[in-house]
Design a binder for this molecule. Structure first.
Ligand code: COA
Length: 263
């Protein structure tokens, strides 16, 4: 994608990372130059956001300069510095950021997580399938120090699912109700990946139900609030006799899955 101005003057490297301040890395200049650069960066982001939305059949862009300004997301921009008679062209963008999500694994186990996510990804239509997507994605993985399998993907297109399969061997996505997709390795326990795992006791009197917290993705597991695991448990009459209780169920002591999920 070409612009009237020189993107090579705006962005000094073939891949640049933009955050909420919309200032191009390595910027130097006075306030007027800063204002001009931020405007140009906004123009690039809005144009690429529009093109990405169009390519994905979305009614409105999910990436805009305003949205980025009000977020903790990171936007990686890929350039072809030789294009447009030496002024350069923007060939791709990739937006990432952490999101608080509830996700289910294949067994219906439910996790509260804040994983790094792929939020938007676009390579210009004229340059797709030439390896640019891989180049941009690899750069992001290295910068963020993350494996693809530990990321959640927001509304992946068929092209992106194909991309992840081809380059990272990710297949059989676990599709979530919130339109995110994760892969089986996302749920792997900390012990599998040599990462620290904490086990927290819950607040129940017995204190026997453990909430697991995995520092890799901030994984917190708890029983599914759905299906048979979510059903309220009947009172244990033998337990009531032993503890000299009435037949009234103390729901604090025997929470259902749904109660667990809301804690
Ligand atoms: N149809 C099917 N698979 C496609 C595809 C297409 N039109 N374009 C890319 N892919 C997948 C394939 O696995 C392809 O390998 P192949 O050519 O051997 O079949 C692989 O991606 C190519 O890798 P690469 O060249 O590094 O990817 P890319 O530069 O094309 O970038 C996308 C990948 C997904 C970013 C790019 O195709 C794109 O912008 N698509 C439109 C927007 C979109 O769908 N974004 C994801 C939304 S979350």
């Amino acid at each position: 994608m070409e612009f009237k101005f020189s993107v090579n003057e705006l962005f000094k490297n073939p891949i640049v990372e933009i955050n909420h301040n919309l200032i191009p890395p390595g910027f130097s200049g006075d306030r007027r130059a800063l204002w001009d650069s931020v405007n140009k960066v906004s123009e690039v982001i809005n144009a690429m956001g529009e093109a990405s939305a169009k390519a994905q059949g979305l009614s409105k862009p999910i990436t805009t300069a305003d949205r980025l300004r009000n977020s903790e997301h990171r936007l990686y921009i890929l350039l072809d510095q030789q294009a447009n008679n030496g002024k350069g062209a923007v060939t791709g963008m990739l937006k990432t950021g952490a999101k608080g999500l509830y996700v289910f694994d294949r067994d219906g186990q439910h996790y509260q997580v804040s994983p790094p996510c792929v939020l938007d990804f676009y390579v210009h239509d004229s340059r797709q399938r030439t390896g640019l997507g891989k180049q941009l994605f690899e750069h992001m993985l290295q910068k963020e120090g993350i494996e693809p399998v530990k990321m959640a993907i927001d509304r992946p297109s068929e092209k992106l699912l194909g991309f992840l399969n081809k380059h990272y061997g990710l297949h059989s996505p676990v599709k979530q109700m919130n339109n995110y997709v994760v892969y089986d390795g996302f749920f792997s326990k900390a012990s599998d990946s040599n990462q620290h795992q904490e086990v927290e006791r819950d607040q129940s009197p017995a204190g026997t139900r453990a909430l697991k917290k995995d520092s890799a993705n901030g994984l917190q597991t708890s029983s599914s609030p759905y299906g048979r695991y979510g059903a309220p448990r009947p009172p244990c009459s033998m337990g009531q006799i032993i503890h000299n209780q009435t037949s009234t169920i103390n729901k604090q002591q025997e929470p259902s899955g749904a109660q667990i999920a809301s804690q």
